[in-house]
Design a protein around this ligand. Structure first.
Ligand code: NAD
Ligand code: UFG
Length: 340
């Protein structure tokens, strides 16, 4: 049985929702986060929601002394590894930072796990590893593509490293979770996505336009061969995503080897459909203009989530309306994010 887990990056967007879900499920959580893209306020908010708090250690996954100390002080059963950098554009400018945090950091963590005899791992991968897929929806059998940027390559490198690791030693039990596009926030409106600076992703951008923090959304291209010409993605509620991790954690506690699961809804929405759905949920208009395509973007991407349904008994429950309402509740209640 899983009693205590280490969540790296647990103060961040997905990690904070995960930490809350774990605490609510009665699992003890140790969070390791260097706060390079988050604040410890997210962890205080988690305590406000559920009355329980994780143990928090501020530190870097590249620091061996900190890692060894955590594994000595706590009886960790499994690690959920979210820590890393995730801005695609920035990764092109600062590849060394991305390979250092995402690849060297992951390697360091796995070495510390092996030293401590902890062999259960859930890794945050991304649909970006499929590159530009030929067929929709994308199943786990689809060929691995060629990511167009260092961020995507860092995820792919860690996936390959983990496959080698699992094949080298049957004690390892690893879930590679390929996320589609996580959005939304906890229904309390107390935790959510709080990007540094100008957001790169669609939903944080839309929501900052809606509260007047940004002037208008640039829609990156309306000449794709999609139903309205704008890009189509599979947006998944972050709380559903966290539920998927709980199920994956359960699964790897009883079976070894490496397992790949897509976490998506199976439904794609276009950028224009997302704008409309957000306006409907919030009652606030979102001004936008059509802009050139963003380099590296693909036309469409949505999941075949049937493997996770079959093997984990998991499927996303929350629809677009709920994703938008929860995003709006978080953004309108916290216009400055965690900075009150
Ligand atoms: P996030 O930036 O909100 O969270 C990442 C957390 O890791 C932050 O709190 C940051 O401070 C911490 N961190 C970064 N480098 C660290 C290091 N070296 N040591 C310790 N802590 C460190 O991002 P998120 O959206 O919550 O993403 C979590 C994971 O999921 C990432 O690995 C990301 O690549 C992956 N992912 C995210 C998306 C997405 O759209 N959000 C999609 C696919 C995969
Ligand atoms: N978009 C806009 N305007 C914006 C931002 C985005 O029109 O200001 C469009 C994009 O062109 C795309 C859609 O909205 O069609 C979604 O874009 P996001 O940036 O929100 O998400 P992506 O699908 O491009 O990227 C996400 C993650 C990456 C990951 C990738 C593949 O952010 O980390 O999925 O899994 F690599």
């Amino acid at each position: 049985m899983t009693e205590t887990v280490l969540v790296t990056g647990g103060a961040g967007y997905i990690g904070s929702h995960m930490t809350l879900s774990l605490l609510e499920a009665g699992i003890q959580v140790v969070v390791l986060d260097n706060l390079c893209n988050s604040t410890a306020e997210s962890l205080r908010r988690i305590e406000r929601i559920c009355g329980k708090a994780p143990v928090f250690i501020q530190g870097d996954i590249r620091n061996n002394a900190i890692l060894d100390n955590i594994f000595t002080e706590h009886r960790i059963d499994a690690v959920l590894h979210f820590a890393g950098l995730k801005a695609v554009g920035e990764s092109v400018q600062k590849p060394l930072d991305y390979y250092s945090n995402n690849v060297a950091g992951s390697l360091n963590l796995y070495q510390a796990m092996a030293r401590a005899g902890v062999f259960h791992l859930v890794f945050s991968s991304s649909a970006t590893v499929y590159g530009e897929p030929e067929q929709m929806p994308i199943s786990e059998n689809a060929p691995i593509g060629t990511p167009t940027n260092p961020y995507g390559r860092s995820k792919l490198m860690v996936e390959e490293l983990l496959k080698d690791l699992a094949h080298s030693d049957p004690r390892w039990s690893i879930a590679l979770l390929r996320y589609f596009n996580p959005i939304g926030a906890h229904e309390s409106g107390l935790i959510g996505e709080d990007p540094n600076g100008i957001p790169n992703n669609l939903l944080p951008y839309i929501s900052q336009v809606s509260i007047g923090k940004l002037k208008e959304l640039a829609v990156f291209g309306n000449d794709y061969s999609t139903r309205d010409g704008t890009g189509i993605r599979d947006y998944i509620h972050v709380v559903d995503l966290a539920d998927g991790h709980l199920k994956a954690l359960q699964a790897i506690s009883t079976q070894s080897g490496i397992h790949v699961w897509n976490l998506g809804t199976g439904t794609g929405y276009s950028v224009l459909e997302m704008i409309k759905a957000f306006e409907h949920a919030s009652g606030v208009p979102v001004p936008y203009r059509i802009a050139p395509r963003r380099p590296g973007d693909i036309a469409e991407c949505w999941a075949d989530p049937s493997k996770a349904a079959r093997e984990l008994g998991w499927q996303a429950k929350r629809g677009l309306e709920e994703m938008m309402l929860d995003t709006w509740r978080w953004q309108s209640g916290n216009p400055q994010g965690y900075m009150e």
